[in-house]
Structures are given as structure tokens and as C-alpha cells.
Design a protein around this ligand. Sequence first.
Ligand code: FMN
Length: 223
Amino acid sequence: MTTVLEALHARRSIREFEPEPVPADVVHQLVEAAGRAPSSKNTQPWQLYLAQGAALERLRTDYLAAFDAQRPGKPDYAYSPSPLPDSWMARAKEVGIGIFQHKGIGRDDTDKRRAHDRENFRFFGAPQVFFLGTKKSAHAPGTFLDCGFVLDNLMLGLTSLGYGSCPQFSVMVYADLLRQHLPGSEDTLFICALPFGRPVPGSHVNAFQPPRRPIDEWFTVVA
Ligand SMILES: Cc1cc2nc3c(=O)[nH]c(=O)nc-3n(C[C@H](O)[C@H](O)[C@H](O)COP(=O)(O)O)c2cc1C
């Protein structure tokens, strides 16, 4: 049995998956547990879609076609402030460069960099993908906080069960495709994708672990 603290330490972004899907009963238990998330006034403002099987393959095909055609798209919301504060930008650059170095991709190797980006649009080959959203017609910053708890519950629950996942904002650029492929999502604002499954054992890319800030940089105790 993995404790919550063990799962918090063990979770990392997984970018290479085995093809076998997580069994339906396990997915059901996971989603039930993730739905225990707290929310302001118990509004539970999230919507969760699961794409798998033939439906996921159709979506993946359309995603890759859009990426390959360099079709412009637009996420349903701005994830970050623009420009990023300097210290945030430094860490964002560090992780961007770090993953390329980890994969042995050179600074000027544009083909390999594009192939790396393309992996996002095939959802890293995952057998299943969650898409988390909320109401397009009614949301405020706190709504995203509530939905974030569900996302973290899913990620930690998957880790505790021996599975892995990778949150993705990059693919939200084609939220219009999600509304086409996911029935009943006309009024859904798409927040994040979460490909998941069994991590490939010994995978090199999955060993990538970006560093964390020492807590004394961001944690203040007043007594
Ligand atoms: C909301 C969100 C969106 C993210 N989007 C992407 C993405 O599109 N592609 C990707 O490879 N990683 C994505 N990540 C993963 C981050 O790069 C990763 O969480 C961070 O570098 C820390 O690494 P770790 O998750 O392995 O601890 C995202 C993470 C979050 C929380």
C-alpha cells in the first residue's frame, strides 16, 4: 500500500507508455476517488472525459494531422501570465533545455525537437487519455483551483496503483477538436489532458526528473 506522501514523492511526468489499457474497474475506482476532491461550496465544477480504444485513435489521428499541418489553434484559456516573471522563466527554460539534453537532442536539431513536440500530440502513445474541463459559460479563477484538485487526485491515484500519467496543456491548443470528438462537450472549457497507463519499464525519457526549489525559498513560517 502506497501512502499519500510516498505517492507525492514517486509521481513524475510519464512520457512513454505500454499499450495495454488500465482495466475499466480500476479506472472507475480511480475516478470515484478523484471525485472526493474538495471544492468551494461543494460546487464540483469539473467535467471529465475519457478517450480510449477506437475513439482515442480517431482523436489521435486528427491531432497529429493538425500538428503536422501546423494548423493554428487556440487554447480555451491563458495558462500563464505573459511575460512570465524572470524566475519562473528561468525554471521554464531549465526544464525545456533539460528534457532535450536528457534525450540527447542538440540545440540546433530542429527535426528532433519537432519530433519531441509531436509526441505530445500523439499523447505519448498512451492507451487512455483523460480530458479535464469545466463550464465554458461560467467560470472564475477559483474554478480552476477546484478542478486542479481532481487532476492531482487522478495523478496521485494512478501513481499509487503503479500507473503513470503526464498532465498536458500543450494539446489544449486544439480544444476545438476535443469539442468535435467528445460528445456533450459543447459548453466545456478544456483545462488539461492527462494521458495515462503503465510506464514502460526502464524507459529513458521517463527517468527525467526536473529539480524542485528548496522549500525555504517559498515556505514562510510565522510564529
Ligand atoms: C497543467 C500542466 C500542463 C503541462 N503540460 C505539459 C505538456 O504539454 N507537455 C509535457 O511534456 N509536460 C507538461 N507538463 C509537465 C511539466 O513539465 C512537469 O510537471 C514539470 O516539469 C515537473 O516535472 P514532473 O511532473 O516530472 O515532476 C505539464 C504540467 C502541468 C501541471
